[in-house]
Ligand binder design. Structure first.
Ligand code: PMV
Length: 317
């Protein structure tokens, strides 16, 4: 029995965070140079059905049956086993590793689930189609997050940019021109729950003003969808700047985010904004390929704790 691998990338939100909670659209893209990997090694010496899980990044080394069923790693394994319902489960060790920053709005949980589901279904001789992989990963997301939107599991499974609106089917965007992105981490963290409830409080106080901001963000996201498909850097950059100002109006920006955003713009980015829930976390910048290195250097000098660069490639004809 050979060793089997499963892999999935990270993700980042480009447009529409926060407003998406109020029914406006959002756009997210895969980040393919960070990955979660699951490796399955058959264990011929152990009794059948014995499953060991090793996840070095979180110092986990345990038998599957010692983890609670709603442990995210165990849940991904159990959901896959139930889906495939093998006549006999060979003994194996599941090794999980990931270069996707954790709790950073980069979809690391969803990517780990997808990697596990892919590896295990292949190991059992029945590789699952992407639609099923995404569905099972969504079930794991529900255990972690309660009411996930479904954006993370979709982006990381299909490795495609998605346009997402609450209660509507997720749409994959077909890209005609590549775009180059930088993702810089401020090193500060505020839980998503906290920023989402702060915005909720503002909206509850003044639904008219904040409702109008959400609609303006939605409008920028709609326009960005066209510009992203066409690879129109100038328009995308302007829309990012506008979206950032609207996020500042929602009070989810921060000094460290704004320092990095201004640094990226000064170093030649077409546009820059915070990404995800804000008040720390990541910012993103869009740039022409020849400017990527100089912006990366400037961001690190300005205090970014980590900078990831990624290319959103065009779809093959
Ligand atoms: O930081 P992330 O990628 O988990 O995104 C949070 C996005 C919000 O719009 C702020 C919340 C949500 O549930 O959509």
């Amino acid at each position: 029995m050979p060793i089997v691998f499963g892999k999935a990338p990270g993700k980042i939100i480009l447009f529409g965070e926060h407003a998406v909670v109020y029914g406006q659209p959002a756009i997210a893209i895969p980040v393919t140079n960070v990955n979660a990997t699951a490796r399955i090694i058959p264990n011929l010496d152990a009794e059948p059905g014995h499953v060991r899980i090793e996840a070095v990044d979180i110092q986990l080394n345990a038998d599957l049956d010692t983890l609670s069923d709603d442990h995210p790693l165990a849940a991904a394994v159990w959901l896959t086993l139930h889906e495939i319902a093998p006549n006999h489960t060979p003994s194996f060790t599941l090794q999980i590793s990931s270069s996707i920053p954790m709790s950073a709005g980069m979809g690391s949980g969803a990517a780990i689930s997808v990697a596990i589901i892919r590896a295990l279904s292949a190991f059992l001789g029945k590789p699952l189609p992407d639609s099923k992989v995404s569905e099972l990963a969504f079930k794991v997301e529900k255990i972690h997050h309660g009411t996930p939107s479904g954006i993370d599991n979709s982006v990381v499974t299909y490795q495609k940019p998605v346009y997402f609106k609450r209660d509507e089917p997720i749409q994959m965007l077909k890209i005609n021109h590549p775009t180059h992105w930088l993702i810089a981490d401020t090193g500060e963290k505020t839980p998503t729950r906290e920023t989402v409830s702060a915005v909720r409080a503002l909206h509850a106080e003044d639904a008219e003003t904040y409702g109008a901001i959400f609609r303006k963000i939605g409008d920028r996201t709609e326009k960005a969808r066209q510009a992203l498909i066409a690879g129109d850097l100038t328009t995308l950059g302007l829309l990012m700047d506008e979206n950032q100002h609207l996020l500042e109006d929602l009070r989810v920006s921060s000094e460290s985010l704004e320092t990095l955003i201004q640094t990226a713009r000064n170093a030649g980015a077409a546009g820059a904004k915070l990404s995800g829930s804000g008040r720390g976390g990541n910012m993103i910048a869009l740039a022409s390929p020849e400017k990527i290195r100089q912006i990366e250097t400037a961001l690190l000098e300005a205090g970014a704790v980590k900078v990831i660069t990624t290319v959103l490639r065009e779809d093959k004809p």
